[in-house]
Design a protein around this ligand. Structure first.
Ligand code: PGA
Length: 250
């Protein structure tokens, strides 16, 4: 049985390191005995170092990385630097970066390559902006095609895809389980075109967008869904642990 993956994406929270350490300890302790799950905590980068020292069972994640190795890139952080802090997985192409910080498909692709080529895992976030977009499936397919272009097949085992419809992020709106099922098939079909059969079958697909302890069971029960990318609720340890439990029980 493959483990369910539950990612805590804290975004630009909490405001101080002491609280970040507290939250990570609570999540780590509370989820340590939940079987069949892998918990990844992705704090703001300035807290990575402190948090790496307190995690026992959970893995350390980063919310972003730059595509360069070292050099004159003021304010940026490279995958190598993240790796040296104990980061195992990097979130790439989150919609808040695509639309808030103008990351285009080419930048996302270069980031994917940079992260994967230093041996880290990459969570590629994709998702349509509006559900009533006529071609929302095509929009997701385009992202997958553009963002995985030129990525060698040998990196497939380190790629995770998070389907996060932008309209569902932080809004309390969620996707219908039947639509999620369909999108899962569509995503695997798009992965097949880029990375082949094996990747299409085995790549984990996470759902993200207003996941909480009340609705998590609706999504994790969907065939082909392997976990969650959780934003707001990941700052509430008890509720986040409840989500991990739900994921582990399937
Ligand atoms: P949300 O965020 O759970 O607060 O909707 C999800 C995400 O942006 O990854």
């Amino acid at each position: 049985m493959t483990k369910k993956i539950i990612v805590a994406n804290w975004k630009m929270n909490p405001p101080a390191v002491a609280r970040a350490i507290y939250l990570s300890k609570e999540i780590d302790k509370g989820s340590s005995k939940i079987k069949n799950t892998e918990v990844i905590i992705a704090p703001p980068s300035c807290f990575l170092s402190d948090i790496s020292r307190v995690l026992k069972r959970s893995k350390l994640g980063a919310q972003n990385a730059y595509s360069g190795k070292t050099g004159a890139y003021t304010g940026e952080i490279s995958p190598l630097m993240l790796r040296s802090l104990g980061v195992k997985t990097v979130i790439v192409g989150h919609s808040e970066r695509r639309y808030g910080f103008f990351e285009n498909d080419d930048m996302v692709r270069r980031k994917m390559k940079a992260v994967l080529s230093v041996g880290l895992k990459a969570i590629l976030c994709v998702g349509e902006r509006e559900r009533n977009e006529e071609n929302f499936q095509t929009a997701v397919r385009k992202q997958i095609r553009e963002n995985l272009k030129g990525i060698p097949k040998r990196f497939s085992k380190n790629i995770i895809i998070a389907y996060e419809p932008v309209w569902a992020i932080g809004t309390g709106k969620t996707v219908k389980p039947s639509d999620l099922y369909e999108m899962g098939i569509y995503i695997r079909r798009s992965v097949l075109d880029m990375l082949g059969h094996n990747a299409a079958r085995t790549i984990p697909i996470l759902y993200g967008g207003s996941v909480n302890a009340k609705n998590a069971a609706n999504f994790i029960g969907v065939d082909g869904v392997d976990g969650f990318l959780v934003g707001g609720t990941s700052l509430r340890p008890k509720e986040f642990i409840a989500i991990v439990k739900i994921a582990g029980s399937i």
